[in-house]
Design a protein around this ligand. Structure first.
Ligand code: GAR
Length: 195
């Protein structure tokens, strides 16, 4: 049987993208990455894709031109027949039209226990607020930012003297386990439902 394909969108470092590739290689995630797309020309995720032999592409996100970016991604996803669109550190907001078109097929990971601390620098927000537990969340993407149905979460304690950076680093370790495992479980569930 053909492995389900993933189109991965990443804006930066790409460590979650790497964790997905590693899980595929290790056989814990039965999938293939059809393509890595970045909205940032200098994203480390693009070099990582090249190193790992994954087709990769920079697509500009022009000021006021989100439709062009989304049209290009739609075309790539449909051409490849990707089962899912996986946001891995993708720091842009997709339109309602785009997420409705791929309803139930766009996943995101966010470094907080949603619905707490949406948006940028969630670990920094958690430290500033003074919560004692934070973590990470994998969820389906809807038109509202960081607000779609939750698929999985892991809690990470906030330690005495934590900075946003230190907490983010400990959360990231958990993200790297949680994201591939949740993608695998979600694909298995979809397969069982035959959709
Ligand atoms: C990760 O911590 C991810 O959860 C976060 O950006 C980082 C990307 O790291 N995403 C968001 O904050 C989305 N709102 P990576 O590029 O090394 O995977």
């Amino acid at each position: 049987m053909k492995r389900p394909g993933l189109t991965v969108l990443a804006s930066g470092r790409g460590s979650n993208f790497r964790a997905i590739l590693d899980a595929i290689e290790a056989g814990t995630l039965t999938a293939r990455v059809d393509r890595l797309i970045s909205d940032q020309q200098d994203a480390a995720a693009l070099s990582l894709a090249a190193e790992r032999g994954v087709p990769a592409e920079y697509i500009a996100w022009p000021r006021g031109g989100r439709q062009d970016f989304e049209a290009a991604v739609t075309q790539r996803v449909e051409e490849a027949g990707s089962a899912l669109i996986v946001l891995a550190g993708f720091m842009r907001l997709l339109s309602a039209d785009f997420v409705d078109r791929f309803a139930g097929r766009v996943l995101n990971i966010h470094p907080s226990l949603l619905p707490a601390f949406k948006g940028l620098d969630a670990p920094g927000q958690a430290v500033a607020y003074g919560v004692k537990v934070s973590g990470c969340t994998v969820h389906l993407v809807t038109a509202d930012m960081d607000a779609g149905p939750i698929l999985a979460q892991v809690a990470v304690p906030v330690l005495e003297g934590d900075t946003g950076e230190r907490l983010a680093a400990r959360i990231l370790v958990q993200e790297h386990r949680l994201y591939p495992a949740t993608i695998a479980a979600y694909l298995a569930e979809r397969e069982a439902r035959h959709d």
